[in-house]
Design a protein. Structure first.
Length: 255
């Protein structure tokens, strides 16, 4: 572990990585080259066995904290980063994902006009296997029936650290959708307030093939159903959402 103390930063940026020597450098470069400089940068490595930690150490003078140790999964690692973070706003930029050069500046200026908000969703370009889309804004009411209601938990979601402490960390019993559980607790249960950047203010770029893409449709659906149940959502609504998801999946396979 390598750590240097800073004065209170405005942003805490956390990168979680394991065995990703091909992508970690470009992620680090996108963070340390930000035009807005008031941030700390925390890198959590899951005890990589390739050259990942070597490549991280090439930038150690630009990184506030480097922690490399075994963990039980991505959400365990993300919680480690939260525990270390000391900024006003928290952001995850996981390995392979990128921040645009003025990302932090855009978010800081938006917050300066909306100082009472708890979180901000930034516009994100998401690369999928077959296409690329721009995701912007969010619809909190849609969260009641569809978890695909916003930009991204990584790279596009900024939350005040003190607001996150009211909600709680990622629930590590979930393997692929703990971010959605956090959204649900924050927005539906705790009724935190947020805003979003406009479509033209691109904050981040997410690569395809991330952690969630390795999980099957049915694993996703079962876990998301469990999240709704664990958060005491209406049982009839949960059943309807489940059936609708199955129906749409079958239609895609047929057509």
């Amino acid at each position: 572990m390598k750590k240097k103390k800073l004065k209170k930063p405005f942003f805490s940026i956390i990168t979680v990585v394991k065995n990703d020597e091909a992508n970690i450098q470009k992620t680090i470069k996108s963070v340390i080259s930000q035009s807005f400089k008031n941030f700390e940068y925390i890198v959590i490595d899951g005890k990589s066995k390739d050259k990942t930690i070597k490549k991280i150490n090439d930038y150690k003078n630009k990184i506030s904290c480097i922690l490399s140790q075994k963990d039980a999964g991505i959400y365990f690692a993300m919680n480690k980063g939260i525990k270390i973070a000391n900024g006003t706003f928290l952001l995850f930029v996981n390995s392979g994902d990128l921040l645009t050069k003025n990302a932090l500046k855009i978010i800081y200026e938006l917050f300066s006009k909306n100082k009472k908000v708890d979180f901000i969703f930034g516009t994100v370009k998401r690369h999928y296997t077959t296409n690329t889309i721009i995701k912007y804004g969010y619809n909190k009411f849609r969260l009641n029936y569809n978890f695909d209601f916003a930009t991204a938990h990584s790279t596009g979601f900024f939350i005040k650290l003190k607001s996150l402490k009211k909600v709680g960390n990622f629930n590590t019993k979930y393997k692929c959708s703990a971010d959605y559980d956090l959204y649900y607790r924050a927005i539906i249960k705790k009724k935190l307030k947020g805003v979003s950047t406009n479509k033209n203010n691109l904050i981040g770029i997410m690569k395809s093939g991330g952690h969630s893409s390795k999980i099957s449709f049915f694993e996703h659906l079962l876990e998301e159903t469990k999240i709704r149940y664990d958060n005491n959502q209406n049982l009839l609504l949960i059943f309807l959402i489940f059936c609708n998801a199955i129906f749409k999946f079958i239609l895609k396979k047929i057509f």
